[in-house]
Design a protein around this ligand. Sequence first.
Ligand code: C2O
Length: 583
Amino acid sequence: MAAGGGSSRALLALRVLLLCALAAAAATILVPLATSPCARSLSRSILAATGLDPYLLFCAGGDASGGAPLLSQGGGANGTGRGAARAVVTDQRCVRGKFPPDALPPLQCCPPASASEPVNFTLPDPAEPLRTRRPVHAVGAEYMAKYARAVALMKALPRSDPRSFYQQANVHCAYCTGSHRQAGRPDLGVQIHFSWLFFPFHRAYLYFFERIAAKLLGEPGFALPVWTWDVPEGMGIPEVFADEASPLYDPIREPSHAPPKVADLDYILGGGGEKNLTDEQQILHNFRVMYKQMISGATLPSLFLGQPYRAGDPEMPGAGTVEWIPHNTMHLWTGDNSRPNAENMGVYYSAGRDPIFYPHHANIDRLWESWRGIVGGRRRADFADPDWLDSSFLLYDEEARLVRITVRDVLDIGKLRYAYAGAGLPWLNARPPVTPGVNPRGGRLASVSFPVSLDAAVTAEVRRPPPGARRRRSLQEEQAREEEVLMVEGIEADAADFVRFDVYVNAREYRKVPPGGREMAGTFATLKHPGKEGTVVRTSMTVALGELLEDLGAEGDDSVTVTLVPVRGKVRIGGLKIVYMAE
Ligand code: C2O
């Protein structure tokens, strides 16, 4: 089925388009839990997948999905002339969201109503001073006192002021509890986790938070400090946040993780979650986690940024590597583990109430910028999909004006007049070691019939795309990247628990793999999240295989042994497949 290299591009596209309809139909039959990967989870991809029948798929931003009908969108906010435009556009309408049981009040987080219509975002004056965001551990006490003062000033504003700390914390709550509605879709909320909206939403949110802080301080150049938990000097809660007299202190944090405890970027919440490593071992482990999430696992936009999420789609199609870990895990590590929902940081609705949230997310934002830089010696590109670029959020600015800001608006931090400095990427070369003697292949395995409840570890043999497909070059732009990807589809996780499972490749004796070992290919880790249906988070997970199989000496194999290991909570898996993706 692999197309020959000499055919003209147009002809190829036509052939592949024809195949797509067939393939989408096949996918629906073979993987009943997941909707067509084109419609549901993959963008602009060329896929050669194995299943009962190998098939090829070409998905151009939903245009050729052959799957779900495209929903038309009310209003003109999506650009003109593209009937199929499906950007998620935030509406001013806001309703009471979904909270987990035992949530701490307030249980309503919609912003104050705006007297006037939202204004469209405009870039700051290029003559504005550049705000340089530096690590907490490097800026010094005086600078941190400024951040503390800014938080105190925000806390002193009346709660009705959208710039108050109370309302700023609520912003995050509103965008994760389904409070904000989608324009033209009053039945659907805007969800900014577990999809390609994760990085841009949090960037826009921090942009305004920082400007509000600067305005209140009367210091136009004020920049947020960054909690650089990926470098040894920042790997723990910075002292100043643990000072009970400081406005940066939050009493609702995990007491056993107070400084000088070294953070575990891969933290497993609950009994037995502490790895009890020495500080040196923990730091090395953290470096390997960073390497996997930032480099070997993040070779394509969707693998890093998260899966496409368009207007009308089910929410939470799938997170990118860094959102699972260390983002979610550092939320859990920081929150009070003895509380039912690990407040404040360990659950979405309350995370913004802890002043450490903003420096935490500044680090996430810095990692996005690093990924786009020279990570892995190769420049990574963001999505070019108009549905991503045109997605928009409503946020109040430093003048308390309601602003509509799009993903397109936040892609160039220089134009937003800020930069990152003062922290390196010490994990750049922390390529994890292969573990000897873990029985990578062995004899035939009993077949697994999906969907399967992950009550115990499940090991399955997953066929790889045929060698012809593996060698395919991209049919799209010259700079398109390709990757062989394991897709864990149709995941149904208990929304009322912190669910975690790990994915091992070619390690039937996975228990022998030490933390950070190469065979540990990915981790699924959620915070509690009452979804639309209240009880289940439906999502997917993607794991890059290219460098991993190379390191395991398995590039020539026809199949891969995948072991899914439950760590916490109830979860069901719809299916496993390996596809070849180009974006
Ligand atoms: Cu919106 Cu760190 O979560």
